[in-house]
Design a protein around this ligand. Structure first.
Ligand SMILES: Cc1cc2nc3c(=O)[nH]c(=O)nc-3n(C[C@H](O)[C@H](O)[C@H](O)COP(=O)(O)O)c2cc1C
Length: 199
């Protein structure tokens, strides 16, 4: 039976909860699923597919990017899906990045304050800016699917420097923006990829 790994990086825990739900949804189709933090994964030999999740933390979480680079050659053998949590995304109409379709939670993007021009914060929070480093890390393989969803911001859980960055640069209000139906629906869409692509 196909075995799928859902692995994640997190700073304050919200990505871990999303990974659990993604794993639950994949398991509903009869696939075996392990859900593990990236630090507990040593090799991918026993897996037939991998989902890697991470939050935007001044760029996609460094451990998640490092994981993709480290296992890049494995993704020639087994399909890879990636998900990203974010609190700030500029509405630019982008639905793909460098030819790779990206599924974006419809509640997340916000239109720029001034039509036709982007502030530096809005420019930073473009979909392509978030996704390109991920595509570079897996190159020449492309993820079979990428999902971008709202996350959760709880300032009380963070160190002072993280609070400062998130308040000043991201200007993300505290709160819960995880859209569980969108997350579950994206996770369910991965099942055919993992079943079909077994070699
Ligand atoms: C230090 C810091 C930097 C962040 N950087 C970004 C960012 O660049 N873009 C964004 O949309 N969200 C950013 N966020 C919001 C997180 O991606 C969001 O809160 C996410 O749900 C956190 O996941 P975690 O709970 O698994 O750590 C940042 C949050 C923190 C604390």
């Amino acid at each position: 039976m196909n075995k799928i790994l859902v692995t994640y990086a997190t700073m304050a825990g919200s990505t871990a909860e999303v990974a659990q739900v993604v794993g639950e949804e994949i398991a509903r189709s009869g696939l075996l699923v392990d859900v593990l933090p990236i630090g507990e994964v040593s090799d991918l030999a026993s897996y037939d597919g991998v989902v890697v999740g991470g939050p935007m933390i001044m760029g996609w979480h460094r451990s998640a990017l490092g994981f993709l680079k480290k296992h890049r050659s494995t993704f020639h053998r087994i399909p890879l899906a990636v998900f990203v949590l974010a609190m700030s995304l500029t509405q630019t109409g982008e639905t793909s990045v460098d030819g790779v379709a990206v599924s974006v939670d419809e509640n997340l993007p916000k239109p720029p304050l001034k039509a036709g021009t982007l502030s530096s914060r809005e420019n930073y929070a473009r979909l392509s800016n978030y996704i390109r480093p991920i595509l570079r890390a897996t190159h020449p393989v492309r993820p079979a699917s990428i999902g971008v969803f709202g996350g959760r911001m709880e300032y009380g859980r963070l160190k002072w420097w993280a609070v400062l960055f998130a308040m000043l640069i991201i200007q993300a209000p505290a709160g819960e923006r995880r859209n569980w139906p969108a997350i579950r629906s994206w996770a369910a869409s991965l099942c055919p990829i993992f079943i079909k692509e077994k070699k």
